[in-house]
Design a binder for this molecule. Structure first.
Ligand SMILES: Cc1ncc(COP(=O)(O)O)c(C=O)c1O
Length: 449
């Protein structure tokens, strides 16, 4: 039995008439693109309405950490729909919200005090920025109001989160709408100094000089621990993070970890910052937080930050969204954490990481493949094709899309970042499925040359 009412062609025609797609140049989309029309999905696979099966090697924009339609997540969602779909979380509470907070704080560590819920990665970051900004006013140091981020960072879509981002191609049109932010050199992208010291050490030395000069005015540093995703999967070692954290403590600067992409196991540990043995003041999470089922996010604050908001009414964090703490989202977020525990998701990763490394190693001798890199379950390489100028990540280069089209013909959905091809697979993928994916990658590379 089917409840389809439209044919595939009708869906595509209506889509092209009616929908404005995210991060999509619409003219070529309307004229030339045959979109994947997902009919259903299960585990690591999408099924197109035309019957084609595709490995979702993008985890649907890095969201589906546990694969599609995980039966336990679906069951938790159905159970919750029978009781309560929505209520606001101001002077009201409910069991899923408190149970997620309890489990999450256990994961974060004993220094953390409160969980603030919101809707997506952008709002999780926006909320963290507001907490940090107001913290300094509440403790009587209003001069500390500037933010620091890494160049090439991506932290979201609101004016606040875009202001602390550094991906020019996405946000340059906003120009003067964005507030001023100090940018540190990215530890993941060599800006070229000719020195033999590792690049991340040079980046840290420059960060130290900048921060020491201006620490009196700085509220917080925000960064993506270990992997700057949207910048083109720029990777850096935990040493940079631990040194920067140490510096933040010396200079009295708050540290915000944007774990929206790298959290929930992506880098091999539950949170990426745990590899540096640090405890940031504020942790932002989304994407994997609700197992890829519903839009929901969280911003976790440590005791120091939270306790600064316990004074008179004017010290309140006047922030929230209609769907803050949505019970359906909370029910799947709770089940996600339970699955991580009971199905030992983190413990299952090392052999999968090895399988990904083996797959990558098979691609390295292709002449267009440069800068092959991996952190935990995140893998990437940069394509230097006949149309690319050099091996730096370039979002407007089409080399990755040419590769992607070949991969789609062979059964994998690999959405590139310009000339950067990356693999961000559900953590539930098997080693055999990883081999299948890298067979496709190998064949696709041969096809584009
Ligand atoms: C590190 C990071 N922060 C924030 C965001 C924004 O998340 P969302 O798209 O859910 O608003 C993203 C999105 O990719 C991200 O990678």
């Amino acid at each position: 039995m089917t409840n389809n009412t439209l044919t595939r062609n009708e869906i595509v025609a209506l889509d092209k008439q009616l929908i404005w797609h995210p991060y999509t140049p619409m003219r070529p989309y309307i004229d030339d693109i045959d979109p994947v029309v997902v009919d259903r999905a299960e585990g690591i696979y999408f099924y197109d309405r035309d019957g084609t099966r595709l490995i979702d090697a993008n985890s649907s924009w890095w969201v589906n950490v546990l694969g599609h339609n995980h039966p336990r997540l679906m069951a938790a969602l159905v159970r919750q729909t029978e009781k309560l779909a929505h209520c606001c979380l101001a002077n009201i509470t409910h069991e899923p919200a408190v149970r997620v907070a309890q489990k999450l704080l256990e994961r974060c560590g004993s220094d953390y005090a409160r969980v603030f819920y919101s809707d997506n990665g952008t709002t999780a970051v926006e909320c963290g920025l507001r907490m940090a900004y107001q913290y300094w006013q509440n403790v009587g140091q209003p001069k500390k109001k500037r933010f620091v981020s890494l160049s090439h960072a991506f932290h979201g879509e609101t004016i606040g989160s875009a202001s602390v981002s550094g991906t020019k191609v996405f946000h340059q049109t906003l120009g003067p709408l964005l507030f001023d932010c100090i940018q540190l050199p990215s530890p993941g992208k060599k800006d070229g100094t000719g020195s033999d010291r590792p690049w991340y050490e040079q980046a840290f030395a420059r960060a130290r000089d900048l921060l020491q000069e201006q620490s009196q005015e700085i509220a917080a540093i925000i960064l993506e621990p270990l992997v700057q995703g949207a910048a083109g999967m720029l990777m850096y070692p935990p040493e940079y993070l631990s040194q920067l954290h140490q510096l933040c403590q010396e200079l009295d600067i708050l540290l915000i970890a944007d774990e929206v992409f790298v959290g929930y196991g992506r880098t091999g540990t539950f949170f990426a910052h745990q590899q540096a043995n640090i405890e940031p003041d504020i942790i932002c999470m989304a994407k994997g937080f609700s197992g890829g089922v519903l839009p929901m996010a969280a911003t976790v604050a440590n005791k120091r930050v939270f306790e600064a908001f316990l004074g008179p009414a004017e010290q309140t964090l006047w922030y929230g969204h209609s769907f803050t703490g949505n019970p359906l989202g909370a029910a799947v977020a709770l089940e996600t954490l339970t699955i991580f525990e009971e199905e030992k998701i983190i413990e299952s990763l090392p052999p999968k990481c090895n399988a990904i490394q083996r797959g990558l190693d098979r691609l390295t001798d292709h002449p267009w493949v440069h800068d092959v890199r991996r952190t935990g379950m995140i893998a990437a390489f940069t394509l230097v094709s006949d149309t690319s100028k050099d091996a730096t990540a370039n979002y407007l280069d089409d080399a990755g899309w040419r590769f992607s089209a070949e991969a789609r013909k062979r059964g994998a959905w690999l959405r590139p970042l310009g000339n950067v091809v990356y693999f961000v697979v559900p953590l539930t993928i098997t080693e055999a499925q990883i081999d299948e994916l890298f067979d496709i990658a190998h064949q696709s590379l041969q096809a584009i040359r």
